[in-house]
Design a protein around this ligand. Sequence first.
Ligand code: PDD
Length: 306
Amino acid sequence: MPTMEQGDSSMLYLNGAFMALEQGRIAVEDRGFQLGDGVYEVLKVDAGKLLWMEDHLDRLLWSLGEIRLHEALEGHPLHSILPRLVESSGVVRGSVYVQVTRGVAPRDFLFPERTSPTVLAYAQEEEFVGADELLAGITLHAVEDIRWARCDIKSTNLLAAVLAKQAAREAGAGEVLYVSPEGLVREGGSSNVFVFLDGVLRTHPASNRILNGITRQHVLELARGLAITVDETAVQFDDLIRAEEVFIASTTRDVMPVVGVSAPDRDYLTLSGGRPGPVTLRLADAMRAAIAVELGAPSPTMLGSS
Ligand code: PDD
């Protein structure tokens, strides 16, 4: 087994062994590859530390339970493996990707009799959203939510998201907006959506229709701490137009203002008055400070808006 050198780029943990990412091999009959029979997590690394690791590992265990893979992490102590990967890869700002599948077995829809799950994780350097990007905001591209009815499981079945994200990119938008057949705003392509409407911060409830984002949960907590009224009920797509502010939240983008929305069958609509609103910026700053406290790193108030 190759040893890890400090500063190696992208070390991979794969089924008990550490290796360079390029050396990782997954079998053709891995159920993750053939059937999308697996779950995943994406964690943020900042100041060389993992943000909210416990929350992410709890959600990973929960996702595994929902797909009846409860025992998958036995013998894979991710609490110590993930920090070790970050350190050995020398990643200061970036992310860690974790994936667990039902392992390798002759192709069959039914669970294999004996399962040996595939467990992998690796850290990667990544650019974070800068002040200019944050202040410019992003636009969304609305699509009908054609995903399955268990979006609460962080499953590797991401084909609907791949197609929606590509459509958003081709429409010149920065993120997908999933809208239910009844016209309800559900979530972003890989983010949760928040709408400040009539003085209340609204977001879709943590039901089977969305992923209950770790960032979402922290935004709600921060908002309550700032005495912002929150209401976990979905808004209608048409409410976006009259909303004071719209933003998205996720591990990789934190709190990100939304300034417009396009849709295949509608004209482009300006949202939030076309620029980040005060509540969004307050929450973005509060999030930055909360992350700094969590990581024990200094907290620059990048926006000077609090
Ligand atoms: N996605 N909703 C969906 C559908 C997501 O895929 C994600 C995250 C979120 C936000 O969750 P969190 O705050 O825990 O990151 C909401 C990750 C970042 C991804 O797939 O890359």
